[in-house]
Design a protein. Structure first.
Length: 285
């Protein structure tokens, strides 16, 4: 169960290309699937840039970077995922989209293959129930930026088999990362805590308590957070954070109600680093 011959990743966006990157870097052949060629091209280009950055920083040799890139193949045809032993879904954080993907992948994959979702808030139990393999459905929540982040949150539903959980733990270790295993519940552990802190920071900015840099610096220096909650929101994407907050608001109540400032910024297209403007201004990378 723990042996992977081939990994599939669905979605070549920020998280998907990062997940493909780390599996390929660890020696696994990877199929990266997208629905449109421009999105796939952007994902593969980002992997190239990030591998080159790792070489420049001395974290990877040029030979290892070249080998990693050759292990990744891109496709617009999800049928090419059929012989994968593990498929990680990294699509938009909307249940209907993930549900449709899980049902399609369930029909494509072999009986022993494991389906994982990179979701940061959507119920693994609900996703598993849309398939005929609920014992082989699990959450593998990676963090941005995936190549540099040390953590993967493994989320188990009530029907997730113990062997699937242990396989996921072994794969995470093989990627050189550390896992935390949590029970399926709204927001899991990381999103529930991280989003709550981020929303309160946005409310403080909205109320004029302090500017964005000061709020972040207070958490970085006062509580030893490596990154403040507003800069973290910029990296995640304000639209992504809003979608998660809306989901948690429905599930857990008023403390997760999105602030007006967050809604306004998303409406204006100020989505964080990916658009160059969020709570901070970002230069193109």
């Amino acid at each position: 169960m723990t042996e992977i011959r081939r990994v599939g990743v669905v979605g070549a966006g920020t998280m998907g290309n990062g997940i493909a990157h780390v599996f390929a870097r660890s020696g696994f052949p990877v199929v990266l699937a997208e629905v449109e060629q421009p999105a796939l091209d952007r994902g593969l280009s980002t992997i190239e840039k990030n591998l080159a950055r790792e070489v420049a920083k001395g974290k990877l040799t040029q030979g290892d970077a070249d080998a990693s890139r050759t292990r990744i193949s891109g496709t617009l045809d999800r049928k090419e995922l059929a012989d994968c032993d593990l498929v990680v879904e990294a699509a938009t954080e909307r249940f209907a989209i993930k549900q449709a993907l899980f049902q399609e992948l369930d029909g494509l994959l072999g009986a022993e293959a494991i389906l994982a979702s990179n979701t940061s808030s959507i119920s693994i139990t609900r996703l598993a129930a849309t398939t005929k393999r609920p014992d082989r459905v699990i959450g593998m929540h990676f963090f941005n930026p995936v190549p540099a982040s040390a953590l993967v949150e493994i989320v188990v539903g009530p029907r997730t088999a113990g062997r699937a959980r242990e396989a996921a733990r072994a794969w995470v270790a093989g990627l050189g990362k550390t896992e935390v295993v949590v029970r399926d519940s709204p927001g899991f552990a990381t999103s529930r805590l991280g989003v709550l802190l981020g929303l309160e920071a946005i409310r403080m900015l909205q109320e004029g308590v302090a500017d964005a840099a000061s709020i972040d610096r207070a958490m970085e220096l006062g509580y030893r957070h490596p990154m403040g909650p507003l800069r973290s929101t910029d990296l995640v994407g304000l639209d992504v954070r809003l979608a998660i907050a809306e989901h948690l608001h429905r599930e857990l109540g008023e403390r997760f109600e999105p602030p007006r400032l967050l809604r306004d910024k998303v409406a204006r297209g100020e989505l964080g680093r990916k658009t160059g403007q969020g709570f901070f201004t970002w230069e193109a990378s």
